[in-house]
Write a protein that binds this ligand. Structure first.
Ligand SMILES: CC(C)(COP(=O)(O)OP(=O)(O)OC[C@H]1O[C@@H](n2cnc3c(N)ncnc32)[C@H](O)[C@@H]1OP(=O)(O)O)[C@@H](O)C(=O)NCCC(=O)NCCS
Length: 137
């Protein structure tokens, strides 16, 4: 397996490649390459994992920089799973969030997040305002 490298700046990220890779790996939530760019660039911190110069993982966090943060877009390309890629990305993000409460939503992999120290804190609530992804971005 090639070496995995982790970038926490977003210089030279190929957003079209990210979109294509997410779609091929069945983790595309509908954002265009431009919307991916905006969501990552508007995040408090982000991490993109690379192998052979190809994107193999993402994670990002929204935060007010003081007390509240929200972890999203955690994904490892299927062929690279179970090699601690997501763990490494999240640890890099959490190191930027000292003193903050970090929340997330998962319906698939609570065991994965539990290993990183997260505990269930029900109940989460949410709603989509008007139509998903139709906005001013
Ligand atoms: C969940 C996901 C991000 C994990 O990525 P990963 O890089 O394989 O995770 P890691 O290798 O860092 O896993 C660390 C540990 O978490 C646990 N873990 C990882 N994936 C797990 C899964 N699917 N179910 C249960 N536990 C899991 C394992 O104990 C693993 O350690 P081990 O391999 O020594 O047993 C990846 O499977 C993925 O991208 N899934 C699809 C997208 C998704 O569901 N994202 C989360 C949205 S909330």
């Amino acid at each position: 397996m090639p070496e995995i490298t982790y970038k926490t700046d977003l210089d030279n990220v190929d957003w079209a490649e990210m979109k294509t890779t997410l779609r091929q790996d069945a983790f595309d939530n509908g954002r265009s390459p431009e919307q991916l760019k905006i969501s990552f660039e508007n995040s408090y911190a982000a991490c993109v994992a690379y192998a052979n110069n190809r994107i193999v993982g993402t994670a990002r966090v929204l935060s007010d920089g003081v007390c509240n943060a929200y972890l999203v877009d955690v994904w490892t390309l299927s062929a690279y799973r179970r090699q601690r890629v997501a763990t490494t990305m999240i640890q890099k993000l959490l190191s930027r969030l000292k003193g903050q409460h970090v929340y997330l939503f998962t319906d698939d992999v609570p065991e994965f997040y539990a290993k990183l120290g997260f505990v269930e804190q029900p109940i989460g609530m949410g709603q989509v305002i008007e139509t998903w992804l139709i906005n001013e971005s």
